[in-house]
Ligand binder design. Structure first.
Ligand code: AMP
Length: 425
């Protein structure tokens, strides 16, 4: 079989790596890929946000299945276009992807279907935002409607700060482009958990839980990023909780989307806050998370292609995934300065030695290869991922590998998974 993976980050490297392990996969293509992916797949040039580039690539390589990594191709309707042309593709349609692409749609959908989430108000003008702020206490969360790559959420400590953030979302100052709607949300407290399920539009099969670390600095300080690391261990959820989440969140979402004429196929990512009032949905994503996927796929012992096909062909079942009881940890190695400005093009060394450590896999997020030499090529550069029987061992092993790697101005958080270890000791 020929598989085409769309995207070029750590998540896509993990997808390529896992798909290559399927005995039925002969060839993997990746558009555009990166310096590390190109060692495991045939990389194709092109912009993954451009439908015409994606269609041209599919025309050229004739994939049996296409797997979409990031949200942008879904938001421009790649699944609709490929399906119209009879091409098999994994992921939700443009309409179904609204669960991620529109925060106001997601909030109103959750209210319609009684899915637990924070209190909110959708505002379509600054005036409305200022009035609605009266209904909230501080801190209050201000969210731009639409895709914002993790930059569209401001946790405001005062109402003035919230009003300013809202104004800058409406006028385009904050995100570079104006938004038409801003969502105000009650601030929730608790542990965050990423709970993903596979769906075929009717049935769901849960993946193992994981936790992302979004802030750039240790102890969750500083700016939000695309993710500085993640870990996965079964003890992230209490006994019986995965089933509760399937019954009260995942399945109602899938049923609700179907009843609204927007059948949801693919990965549904539920970003949850485990609050004193119970689990609440912070956000939905309509695809695998990054870097969580790197940690989660390290624990997958069964064939990812089989699961993907089950979603496309409408036969998802609980048995689609076989998970290891091991824990895993992914430490993101970034360019100094990220998520602000940073310099690319730094030569990376030590990768070969690090990759030789047992149960370690180094996923490339932002790298490029020239004349056999790897260079940094992005804010998040590598996802150094390890698997071990216990979480502390997985964390130690990932950091052992990180310490063998170096490039100028390399930066990483030293506390990935640390809170989970403190909580369990
Ligand atoms: P989102 O893109 O909606 O997941 O928001 C990004 C991050 O902002 C989340 O992972 C949380 O850390 C934080 N966040 C979002 N909504 C809330 C909320 N209602 N209460 C507290 N933190 C939140």
């Amino acid at each position: 079989m020929k598989v085409l993976v769309i995207g070029g980050g750590g998540r896509e490297h993990a997808l390529v790596w896992k798909l290559r392990r399927s005995p039925r996969v002969q060839q993997v293509f990746c558009l555009p890929g990166n310096g590390g992916i190109c060692a495991e797949a045939t990389c194709l040039p092109g912009d993954p946000k451009s439908l015409s580039a994606l269609l041209a690539a599919a025309h050229e390589v004739q994939p049996d299945i296409t797997v979409v990594g990031p949200e942008q191709p879904l938001s421009v309707g790649v699944v609709d276009e490929f399906t119209r042309r009879g091409l098999k593709i994994f992921g939700p349609t443009q309409k179904a992807a609204q669960l991620e692409t529109s925060k106001s749609f997601a909030k109103e959908f959750m209210q319609r279907h009684k899915i637990p989430t924070a209190h909110y108000a959708v505002c379509s003008s600054e005036d409305e935002l200022r009035k609605s702020l009266g209904l909230f206490s501080t801190p209050v969360v201000v969210k731009a409607d639409g895709l914002a790559a993790g930059k569209g959420v401001v946790i405001a400590q005062t109402k003035e700060e919230a009003a300013t953030a809202g104004t800058e979302m409406f006028n385009g100052k904050l995100l570079g482009a104006p938004v038409t709607h801003v969502v105000l949300e009650e601030f929730l407290q608790g542990e965050e958990v990423s709970f993903l399920v596979l769906s075929d539009g009717e049935r769901v099969a849960p993946l193992v839980p994981s936790q992302d670390h979004k802030r750039v600095g240790e102890n969750d300080q500083g700016a939000n990023t695309g993710g500085m690391g993640a870990y996965s261990t079964d003890s992230l959820l209490e006994k019986g909780m995965a089933e509760w989440l399937v019954n009260h969140i995942a399945r109602p979402v899938i049923d609700g989307m179907k009843s609204e004429g927007a059948e949801y196929r693919g990965i549904l990512y539920c970003g949850l806050m485990m609050t004193a009032r119970g689990p609440m949905v912070l956000e939905f994503n309509c695809r695998f998370g990054d870097p969580e996927t790197q940690a989660v796929l390290m624990r997958l012992d069964s064939d990812l292609l089989d699961a993907i096909e089950a979603s496309i062909e409408g036969r998802v079942s609980d048995g689609d995934f076989k998970w290891s009881n091991d824990a895993s940890c992914c430490v993101v190695v970034a360019s100094g300065g990220y998520p602000g400005s940073f310099v690319s093009g730094k030569q990376i060394s030590g990768l070969d030695r690090a990759a030789q450590l047992e149960n370690v896999k180094i996923f490339h997020a932002g790298t490029s290869k020239r004349d056999g030499v790897l260079y940094t090529n992005g804010g998040r550069v590598l996802g150094v991922t390890a698997r071990a029987a216990r979480l502390n061992e997985a964390i130690d092993r990932a950091y052992e590998a990180v310490r063998l790697i170096s490039f100028e101005e390399m930066y990483y958080r030293r506390d990935i998974g640390a809170r989970a270890l403190r909580a369990s000791s």
